[in-house]
Structures are given as C-alpha cells and as structure tokens.
Design a protein around this ligand. Structure first.
Ligand SMILES: [Zn+2]
Ligand SMILES: [Zn+2]
Length: 130
C-alpha cells in the first residue's frame, strides 16, 4: 500500500506539471520537472504515468517529426508546429471543419479528429526578416 501512495503522489504531481504549462512539453521536460520533486523518479515511470493520463482521458499525445509532445488541455483544439523553433501553438477552431461536415453527410460517424498545421511562426518569421 505504501507503494500505491507513492505512485498516486507522483501521478498527481505529473498532472499538475502538465496542466501548469501550455508549451506542450516532451516527456524529457516533464521528467526534469518531476525530478525536482522526486529525485529518484525514472524516465520510464514518467512515460508510464503520461500514458496512463492519456488512457484516462486527461492528456493527449501529439506526434511531431522528432518527438512526442504532451498536452493536458483536452478542449477541442488543433496545433500549429513551427519548424524553426519547434513551438507547438494551440489553434482553437470556429465550429466544425468542412471536411468533417462532409464525412458526416456521407454517413460516417466521427468520434474525434485532429488537425496539425506546419510552418514558421510569427516570431521566427520576424526574426528572419531582420
Ligand atoms: Zn517559431
Ligand atoms: Zn494544445
């Protein structure tokens, strides 16, 4: 039972860490933050807890070319990935996309959908122009 308490404490801390940021961190970033609280925590444990959060619907994983990123914001939104600074920026849609409407018209049942937009963010574009 001692173990269970320890595990749920780590889980709570992990949820708090992920909810405290909107930068869509990597598992490694979360791991560094976790180590400030639990010096002995392993990266494998952090991964396991992240997967658990996804399973229970408290987080989602966003796959980018070179890493997985994690997001605890479960409201309906998309992501923009900047290829220069790797920033993941939230995009909040205005209503249902026309593609989804089209699929529904064809008789498909849509559970969820995701959209990723790739390019160069405003900051990087401005930095380039200088
Ligand atoms: Zn950028
Ligand atoms: Zn997000």
């Amino acid at each position: 039972m001692v173990n269970n308490t320890k595990h749920s404490k780590q889980r709570d801390a992990l949820i708090e860490i992920l909810q405290s940021t909107d930068t869509h961190p990597t598992a490694e970033w979360v791991y560094e933050k976790m180590r400030e609280i639990f010096p002995n925590v392993s990266l494998a444990t952090v991964y396991r807890n992240l997967k658990h959060m996804i399973e229970i619907g408290m987080a989602r994983e966003i796959y980018t070319d070179n890493s997985s990123r994690f997001d605890a914001n479960m409201t309906e939104h998309y992501h923009f990935l900047c290829r220069k600074c790797n920033k993941l920026i939230d995009i909040f849609p205005e209503g249902v996309s026309s593609e989804v409407k089209e699929m529904k018209k064809l008789g498909f049942e849509i559970d969820r959908y995701d959209l990723s937009v790739y390019g160069v963010c405003k900051d990087c574009k401005e930095a380039d122009a200088v």
